[in-house]
Design a protein around this ligand. Structure first.
Ligand code: HEC
Ligand code: HEC
Ligand code: HEC
Length: 179
């Protein structure tokens, strides 16, 4: 290889390197900016979920602290690859529905939903709730959680704590419809 070719090769490598850095930084910032609660609530379709979340145990209405964001529960947290793939998939789905301006009937959607469909991810809950049988938890919780840890029940975080993200969501949906 001649001197000039060598130079060109080095410059080429540097360019590739810079482009790669640029791409990974912009991806990271897109992922970050689309993971905020405000972004999730920027479509009117999500208003009711935002309002109910805000008042829920994980929302900021109580004491002003956000305990869990939308993406903490609604995206899987057992690996960066599934996280990003699902993020892209759901994002595209929600955006398509949004621009189609279709009226969404959540209540009807709810009634036809299969009971085993989980709308939040246990891997999300487990990211924060590490010890379910910590000393000092109420006996009722201890008993239920021990059963769960021992695999003696088929219920999971979400089926036992349906109201964790939005309180009584179905009730809120019905109330909103009737106004
Ligand atoms: C990003 C962290 C985070 C995630 C994700 C999360 N939680 Fe929580 N959760 C908290 C915090 C913090 C509290 C408030 C604890 C407190 O104030 O004592 C809380 C409170 C709760 C409570 C109420 C406890 C009480 O004192 O009444 C329940 C039940 C609960 N979470 C279940 C869940 C379930 C089920 C999921 C998954 C669908 C989940 N959490 C996801 C952080 C999280
Ligand atoms: C078989 C039902 C069941 C399962 C499964 C279950 N829980 Fe619970 N959990 C309960 C009951 C019952 C209580 C006590 C009463 C209440 O707060 O609703 C409780 C209480 C809690 C509390 C409050 C504890 C405290 O200190 O007051 C948290 C937080 C919680 N659960 C999180 C979770 C998470 C996260 C999962 C999944 C990893 C989970 N639970 C799985 C039934 C369950
Ligand atoms: C602590 C966990 C948690 C957080 C945080 C949370 N959710 Fe949820 N979300 C749930 C659970 C659990 C359900 C299912 C409720 C039920 O079955 O009654 C649900 C249901 C939903 C649904 C209905 C899904 C469907 O297919 O019908 C939407 C949409 C939704 N949430 C959006 C949001 C948005 C937007 C935010 C943030 C503003 C948010 N959620 C924050 C746990 C959470």
């Amino acid at each position: 290889m001649g001197q000039t070719e060598k130079k060109k090769a080095v410059i080429g490598l540097v360019v590739v390197f810079l482009v790669a850095i640029f791409l990974s930084l912009t991806t990271a910032s897109i992922v970050k900016s689309t993971s905020t609660v405000d972004f999730c609530a920027s479509c009117d379709e999500m208003q009711i979920f935002y309002d109910t979340w805000e008042k829920s145990i994980h929302g900021k209405a109580k004491k002003g602290v956000i305990k869990a964001k939308c993406v903490d529960c609604h995206l899987p947290h057992n690996g960066i690859v599934t996280y990003l793939l699902d993020k892209a998939k759901f994002g595209i789905h929600d955006y398509t529905v949004h621009i189609s301006k279709k009226e969404l009937d959540w209540e009807a959607k709810w009634k036809t939903r299969k009971p085993d469909v989980q709308m939040a991810y246990e891997s999300g809950c487990r990211k924060c709730h590490k010890n379910l049988i910590a000393p000092g938890i109420p006996l009722k919780a201890f008993k239920a959680h021990r059963k769960y840890e021992l695999g003696e029940t088929r219920k999971n975080c979400i089926s036992c704590h349906k109201d964790a993200g939005h309180g009584d969501l179905l009730k809120a949906i019905r109330e909103r419809k009737s106004v």
